[in-house]
Design a protein around this ligand. Sequence first.
Ligand SMILES: [Zn+2]
Ligand SMILES: [Zn+2]
Length: 294
Amino acid sequence: MAIYLVNQGKTYRYERAGSYIWSPKLNKAGNQNRGYSLMKSVKKGDFIIHNSGGRLSAISVVKEDCKSGGQPNELKVGQNEYDWDDDGWVVNTKYYDFDVPLLTADLVEWAIANYKDDSAFQVNGKLRLQYLCNLAKSHAEYLLQRAIGLQKDPDVLQVLKAALSQLNPTPKTDEELAEEMPLKELEKTAAKRSSKPVEQKEVTTKQYSRDPYISELAKRLANGKCELCGQPAPFKDSKGKPYLETHHVVWLSKGGSDSVDNTVALCPNCHRKMHIVADEHDIALLKRIAKNNS
Ligand SMILES: [Zn+2]
Ligand SMILES: [Zn+2]
């Protein structure tokens, strides 16, 4: 995914109305032009920030990869001074208009202080005189954040935020990386990591205090059997009592009460299941059981 900036000037209204951006392939002298050649690299899913007359006025989401396309008729009308070649590049893209445009004049100071080689701004902080421009990652990030701060339209905000999150995808956790790893590689990685010292983590958890009398009553009423699967407790504890765990049907962390009518006794397997799967049928069943216990 890439984010570009396009300088459209007078053609903005036509290109906006037609949901595209267009450039000739070669300049008037028949030579390559950076801003035109860059069109070829635009791909479906990329984002484009649109400048027209010193106002960043829209962001668009590219609908398909760039392709060859003749100059649209509406661009020929009244644009004779440009006298573009008909043979061009077209990118079909869905525009989302900003409620409040970002003025490029407000960006000059920032752009000077944060100059990047291959981006849309010149050393003097003004935009390059070029049709399509790359945007350095840090520049794209900054412009998106500035734009997010100004917009109210939820659709526009959604697109801006999507662009920002694609720029900075949340890195995968070790758990996710491990799950995706082929077995051979996993064996090697696990072996390598087996020799390293165990890390200690400080973990702070919120503990809800639960009433021991309510808990004991729930276990007694269960009579040694799990109230979800109906099976006898899998083992006896050190005092010889069937081992069951008490569970709050509506979790305390979600506002459930520590009361008889919200407490059941479960085998360790079912208890884990309730916390990991939280199946709605199981919850409904346990709610009924807890109500009956009270
Ligand atoms: Zn069970
Ligand atoms: Zn529980």
